[in-house]
Design a protein around this ligand. Structure first.
Ligand SMILES: [Zn+2]
Length: 307
């Protein structure tokens, strides 16, 4: 499934030393910056750590990034980041655990547990970012999504959850970006908060909703509100169609309710890159930047559903 690694990737991420040098370049293009105090005065000690001359803190290239902690080599980290960028739909943990190690034919790149953890750490940096506050048509709808939940006997059951779908269109009618969030209720306060988050705090757009009374408050609050027929929300329908294909095709319908937020983040990250027609390298660069600015997470954080 994975194609040969491109030459620019091999030059920068084939060995641990190359990976560390690439991270230093990306993280501190103007030279070292202490993650503690921001000072640029540091010495490299015998253990390969930077020691800040001002606050005496020790730091590595990885300190304070989503790549920190854990026992996975940087070569493996970047290989997985590339697989996630290059495959349009991403990969499930079981799919990733089946990939061979490029250096050792007999071995797999990672175990299932490591694959699961890495993918959740990566989803953790795919968080949805509000779209730019521009004028244009926005479609909004509440949709049901079937997810997996564990019952009290540890058996898997299916459950429908509600997801608020917000889609922004460009002037030419093409889709600019989408935002998907699980909602616990349909109260106007909940919907308004989620809609505001999606639109970056400014609601200047013409907002089209599905028929039903959930969005009547939009008109009362003097937003420019229009009601479309269910079939008239073309952008919402496109997003839902792609989401259902992804849910079944990549995850065999096995998205758990507990981690639904993380799965929705990954879907939206990919969908929005498709709207921008990003190349796999542009997706990879975005993912690496997000990982370097992300928070370190442990296995326990991920299991608790905080990734
Ligand atoms: Zn410092």
């Amino acid at each position: 499934m994975a194609s040969p690694l491109p030459s620019w990737f091999l030059k920068r991420f084939s060995t641990e030393d190359q990976c560390r040098a690439s991270i230093r370049e990306l993280r501190w293009p103007g030279g070292f910056r202490c993650p503690g105090c921001g000072s640029n005065r540091a010495r490299l000690n015998a253990r390969g750590l930077f020691r800040c001359q001002d606050c005496q803190k020790q730091a590595s290239e990885l300190s304070g990034t989503a790549l920190a902690g854990g026992r996975v080599s940087l070569v493996t980290w970047f290989s997985v980041l590339w697989v996630m960028s290059e495959t349009p739909s991403g990969i499930s943990a079981s799919g990733l655990a089946k990939l061979p190690d490029p250096d050792e034919d007999e071995r797999n790149l990672v175990s299932y547990k490591t694959a699961w953890l890495l993918l959740h750490k990566i989803r953790g940096v795919m968080q949805q970012i509000p779209g730019p506050p521009t004028y244009g048509r926005v479609e909004v709808s509440i949709e049901n999504l079937e997810v997996v939940e564990l019952n009290q006997f540890g058996r898997q059951g299916k459950k429908a959850v509600q997801v608020l779908v917000v889609v922004k269109e460009r002037a030419d009618g093409s889709t600019e970006w989408a935002c998907l969030r699980q909602i616990r209720d349909r109260e106007p306060e909940t919907l308004q908060r989620c809609l505001m988050e999606a639109l970056g705090g400014v609601m200047r757009e013409e907002i089209w909703s599905s028929p039903g009374s959930e969005f009547d408050w939009l008109g009362e609050a003097e937003y420019r509100h229009r009601t479309a027929t269910e079939l008239g929300l073309l952008s919402v329908n496109r997003v839902l169609g792609e989401l259902r294909v992804w849910q079944v095709g990549t995850h065999w319908g096995e998205m758990s309710e507990k981690h639904l937020g993380a799965y929705l983040d990954e879907f939206v990250f990919r969908f929005n890159h498709r709207c921008r027609k990003s190349t796999p390298k542009e997706v990879f660069d975005d993912l690496v930047q997000r990982a370097l600015h992300g928070e370190p997470k442990t296995f326990q954080d991920v299991v608790r559903g905080e990734a």
